[in-house]
Design a protein around this ligand. Sequence first.
Ligand SMILES: [Zn+2]
Ligand SMILES: [Zn+2]
Length: 110
Amino acid sequence: MTLFLCKKHGRQGFIEVCEHINSELSSNIFCENKPLTFWSNVYACDACWQNFEIDKFENHPELKGKEYSNIDDGFDENGLAFKGYYEVYNQLNRNTWCAKCVAEIQSKSN
Ligand SMILES: [Zn+2]
Ligand SMILES: [Zn+2]
């Protein structure tokens, strides 16, 4: 697992979030948001989930857990799904957050 260097917590795991969750986190809020199907540490808000029709990827559970680095256009029967997913991933305008910082924000905002 790639580690993230947090000013407060040192080396930590991290999550990636869409730009909307990023602005929430910047205001010390973390709402209920769904992790993306294939990468459990990538979170998208409801608006992004609908906007990018992320639900359609739920129909490909066999793709779950594939490494990000293994995803390219070379996949045969699932290639299209991967490509579409990768495009969504790229359009989320992601920001990286320390997992521990997010957990703290989440426990405070509950
Ligand atoms: Zn969003
Ligand atoms: Zn931290």
